[in-house]
Ligand binder design. Structure first.
Ligand code: AMP
Length: 282
């Protein structure tokens, strides 16, 4: 069973007991309700440092007023069982007051990279993400941190923040883990009804269609976007937020023909639940 740490002070004590800063720690930040995608990050982290710390914190500052903060699934006991099996050394489960003490007033605001894709649909989301990740880096003193490509924009924004603010953390990205039918694993999948769960398959099917059309020679971003929309229009429970083709390095949307290193991202509401997915196109 990993050691459960409920405060920044407890994390500091755990660090000191394990040899202080001389002993590298790899951090895996999560919002809990863990699945195989998270556990893959933990296993990757074990190759990066002798001690692995997983954080579980449903970060209120990254949720908009009308989003699903209250609905977000939680099961810390189940998470601890899974993390025992995956071999995490400690779990940081802070309270909101531990991350944001009284009078907290300083935020990290990404600019250009947060002006596209999910940042456009969810204003302030990446401000919340960068702020909490920055606090987690400082509290844990981690040498490395692992993030999934499932949240591709988040991964790129954190890489940039780490570089811009000289945080000195080794940032490692991990591939998307999927269910047997292709749906990207997500804690939010638990919120879907049986019908919605079936309908949700169209997100990955749309990405596969874009990949297929690109392989067959289609180069126009507009035509590839439309190919994805045609698939997403199928089920009644699905409402598209965006389909975008973008350059993987700077996340900028592509208007004309797709260059090398293009990715496609989709975001869609399935019923009340907003899901995202992405894949390389070239
Ligand atoms: P979350 O708990 O959803 O905030 O995710 C915590 C971390 O796990 C983030 O770095 C995510 O990108 C990553 N993650 C979530 N789902 C997956 C998945 N299906 N495959 C790979 N990584 C994932």
């Amino acid at each position: 069973m990993p050691e459960v740490l409920e405060s920044a002070a407890a994390v500091a004590a755990w660090r000191d007991a394990g040899g202080g800063t001389a002993q590298r720690v790899a951090l895996v930040p999560t919002m809990g309700y863990l699945h195989e995608g998270h556990l893959q990050l933990v296993r990757l982290a074990k190759d990066l440092a002798p001690r692995v710390l997983v954080s579980i914190f449903v970060n209120p500052t990254q949720f908009g007023a009308n989003e699903d903060l209250d609905r977000y699934p939680r099961d810390v006991q189940g998470d601890l069982r899974k993390l025992t099996a995956a071999g995490a050394d400690a779990v940081y489960v802070p309270s909101a007051a531990d991350i944001y003490p009284d009078g907290f007033d300083t935020f990290v605001v990404p600019e250009r990279l947060a002006g596209v894709l999910c940042g456009k649909s969810r204003p302030g989301h990446f401000r919340g993400v960068c702020t909490v990740v920055c606090v987690l880096f400082r509290v844990t003193g981690c040498a490395a941190a692992v993030f999934g490509e499932k949240d591709f924009q988040q991964l790129q924004i954190i890489r940039r923040m780490n570089r811009d603010l000289r945080l000195g953390v080794e940032i490692v990205g991990a591939p998307i883990v999927r269910e047997a039918d292709g749906l990207a694993m997500s804690s939010r999948n638990a919120l879907l009804s049986e019908t919605e769960r079936r309908d949700a398959r169209v997100l990955f099917q749309a990405l596969q269609q874009v990949q297929r059309r690109a392989r067959e020679g289609e180069r126009r971003a507009s035509a590839l976007r439309e190919a994805a929309h045609a698939i997403l229009r199928g089920p009644a429970s699905v409402r598209v937020d965006y389909v975008e083709l973008f350059r993987a390095d700077d996340l900028q949307p592509i208007a004309g023909d797709i260059p090398e290193n293009t990715r496609c991202a989709v975001a869609a509401f399935v019923g009340q639940t907003r899901l995202i997915d992405n894949a390389p196109v070239t």
